[in-house]
Design a protein around this ligand. Structure first.
Ligand SMILES: NC(=O)c1ccc[n+]([C@@H]2O[C@H](COP(=O)([O-])OP(=O)(O)OC[C@H]3O[C@@H](n4cnc5c(N)ncnc54)[C@H](OP(=O)(O)O)[C@@H]3O)[C@@H](O)[C@H]2O)c1
Length: 395
């Protein structure tokens, strides 16, 4: 059985079919969509359920390599039973041919199959769709209902939404901190701040991202590998990026030694030593010169370059200076700090967020929609930064 079939078989609804309403089916579509994590990017996560006479007759979710979209998988499973059915999907069906004409429009497939109704959680904000999918369905006489589980649907596709609406990747800053806000001791030692369970959760978080980024001092002090070690399937290897203006990354570091197995790209300045550049290239490392702002590589340019590679999301794993500069430039979309119930102490210990900081408490960065989860003895706190410009205007 393919992974697709295994997942579909696992997702049996436990309860009599007649008790299912629209929301139950939409929830199932969302669950199916989530099976595409690390497999669908740069496309959205989409799941679909076809229901006829109170029973599920088709299910599908999208994986980039399959070429077929979720609705098409589900309609194929339903076959003739799709005629007169209701199709549930977490995102507006597409009305355009996919990149390089790889895939055909789902709207046409729905019309051809003779479905009676489409229920979707949200409109696709991709400028190529943005309501056109719904309009074409309605023009063909198909009833369209939109809105159930919209918040969950938006959360599920937050990376895709940021990418298609801004042309930039979704940026998630993740750190592991002591209770007193330190991410390493005064000597730079950070192995390990949190326990095994939090570190496993951190690996699961990595799995959801297309790319990972760190600063050169983290590379020098921690010698990390920065790979996805969840063992879960992914379409593209996690792309690893280092901010290193002077090309100081050692050729014997774990990052460079593994460059043949997982992509490693070093952002440098044009003035960096050419012998170092040659030595890195010889080991399969790509270097990209970036403009500098105030003596530092420009993070905005860095993320624009990452997006040009069709990478829709980046998890930033430190260190302190990089975290401070991204927050100062308001580039963070999501923030996770794993807190260990430990005190490191000391003025010279590495603070979680470096840089200049702020003068007044009123300028502190507020997080919204905060989730707190326990992992063994540690806590994960995740939220969405509310930068001043995001706040609703006072009437
Ligand atoms: N507990 C955790 O979660 C965690 C995670 C990561 C790191 N750490 C710890 O944090 C420490 C390293 O943090 P750090 O603050 O010293 O260094 P860092 O943030 O890892 O690296 C800073 C360096 O990155 C380069 N860089 C290039 N562009 C930059 C930009 N726009 N903004 C900021 N930096 C830029 C600069 O070097 P160039 O000018 O030479 O390019 C800068 O000196 C280590 O002790 C490590 O163990 C802890």
């Amino acid at each position: 059985m393919s992974t697709h079939e295994t997942i579909a078989a696992d997702l049996q609804f436990d309860g009599p079919p007649e008790l299912m309403n629209d929301l139950d089916y939409l929830q199932l579509a969302l669950k199916l969509a989530a099976q595409g994590v690390a497999l669908a990017s740069p496309n959205p996560l989409v799941g679909s359920v076809v229901v006829r006479d109170g029973g599920i007759v088709g299910r599908g979710f999208h994986r980039y390599l399959d070429l077929k979209h979720a609705e098409v998988w589900a309609l194929e499973e339903a076959g003739e039973r799709a005629r007169g059915s209701t199709v549930y999907v977490n995102l507006e069906p597409c009305c355009h041919r996919g990149e390089g004409k790889r895939t055909s429009p789902c709207v046409q497939a729905l019309i051809n199959a003779g479905v009676a109704r489409v229920v979707a959680s949200m409109l696709d904000p991709n400028p190529r769709v943005n309501g056109r999918g719904f309009s074409e369905l309605q023009a063909a006489g198909i009833e369209v209902s939109v809105g159930g589980f919209e918040k969950d649907a938006r959360r599920l596709n937050e990376k895709y939404i940021k990418f298609v609406t801004s042309g930039l990747p979704f940026i998630h800053l993740k750190l592991a901190s002591s209770l007193d806000g330190r991410i390493a001791t005064r000597t730079g030692d950070s192995r390990w701040v949190t326990g095994e369970e939090a570190r496993e959760a951190s690996q699961r978080l990595r799995h959801e991202y297309d790319a990972i980024l760190i600063g050169i001092r983290t590379a020098l002090l921690d010698d990390p590998l920065l790979t996805d070690r969840t063992g879960r399937q992914r379409r593209r290897a996690l792309a690893r990026f280092v901010l290193d203006a002077g090309l100081n990354l050692p050729v014997n570091s774990q990052l460079v030694r593994s460059a043949g197995d997982a992509p490693l790209i070093v952002f440098s300045s044009s003035g960096a030593d050419s012998d170092r550049r040659t030595a890195l290239h010889a080991r399969g490392v790509e270097t990209v010169d970036m403009p500098c702002a105030g003596g530092r590589l420009s993070p905005a340019e860095v993320f624009a370059e990452i997006a040009r590679r069709d990478l829709t999301s980046v998890v930033v794993e430190g260190g302190s200076e990089v975290a401070g500069s991204l927050i100062a430039e308001r580039l963070i979309d999501k923030l996770t700090i794993f807190y260990a119930p430990k005190i490191i102490g000391g003025r010279a210990a590495v603070p979680s967020i470096g840089g200049q900081g702020i003068e007044r408490m009123s300028e502190a960065l507020q997080l919204d929609e905060v989730d707190i989860t326990c992992h063994g003895a540690d806590w994960e706190i995740t939220g969405y930064p509310v930068f001043a410009d995001d706040e609703p205007e006072q009437g």
